[in-house]
Design a protein around this ligand. Sequence first.
Ligand code: KG4
Ligand code: ZN
Length: 357
Amino acid sequence: MSEELLEEIKQNMEEEAKEFKILAIETSCDETAAAVVADGRKVLSNVISSQIDLHTLYGGVVPEIASRKHIENINYVIKKALADADCTLDDIDAIGVTYGPGLVGALLVGVAEAKAIAFAKDIPLIGVHHIEGHICANFVEDPNLEPPFVCLVVSGGHTHLVVVEDYGQYKILGRTRDDAAGEAFDKVARAIGLGYPGGPKIDKASQEGDPNAFEFPRAKVTDNIYDFSFSGMKSAVLNELNALEMKGESYNQADVAASFQAAVVDTLVERAMLALEKTGSKKFALAGGVASNTLLRKRMKEECEKRGVKFYCPAPILCTDNAVMIGSAAYYEYKNGITHGLDLNAIPNLKLGERYE
Ligand code: KG4
Ligand code: ZN
């Protein structure tokens, strides 16, 4: 073999062995996040600057404040993500960014930043669907997870039962008709005086409460058994509190929290198990902020194990909004040949996939 040929093979192998590094950016709501992810599954850095303390003052996310804070934070967050990954922009192979769904002003900050870097460094730009990101957190958590599988995405803005047919290929089996699961947690928490953000506070309070103290309804959507409805459940809690107040009776905050949480979790578990029956899938994954709920994780795991289904769930830090999940989703989109031009825009109501039949 000639010296030249040997050199060429060596170079090719080095090229193949080189990790494909994506700098990912997430600014769809109240977290300014950046991460460097190698080959879609390896976390080189994960920086999240949360604005929760600021929004807590107002009892929820204030969109204008979120956008302004993203602008103030984004450059620092990216610098730290690069430094933590021990690299510079010259080592980055592509930029991934959430371009929807979310708050338009907040999304625009991430999208503008991503476009600027992609243009300056002349590297590919990959726009990512936020929900797809949540799903892909599972690929980071478990390097052996491969599609197809069923995924329940439960976040502050979304409740979706998704069939992940392949990388980047999603079919929607069920979705919420009104409030998202996380939104219901946040509203009930506010009503019982636990404050914002409600999910983690209800989770904690429930551990001291009786889940059978109140019988809240487990609403069914009759024309699609895989769909969800949480606004009735939330109203049932508010009506119960009103009725008690009218009678001059007090209530135990932890009991209300535990009973409400049990109702939401029952509903989520029931629909998820129906989805597994319909698809015949032997793999089930949880995703989204509400997936960090202690009871939900425990119940889903138990029910999956009973049915011989393998259960996947990201660590809590990868359930709530982060950029690692966006880096993973961007990698698989890129492998499918998807990149975006510098005309990429924020799409606040971006849709994910077709309906599963
Ligand atoms: O995925 P995420 O960080 O943001 C969105 O994309 O919406 O989800 C935030 C939601 C909030 O509604 C929050 O209350 C809920 O996730 N959440 C929880 C828990 N931790 C966060 N809900 C229930 N139990 C938790 N431990
Ligand atoms: Zn999210």
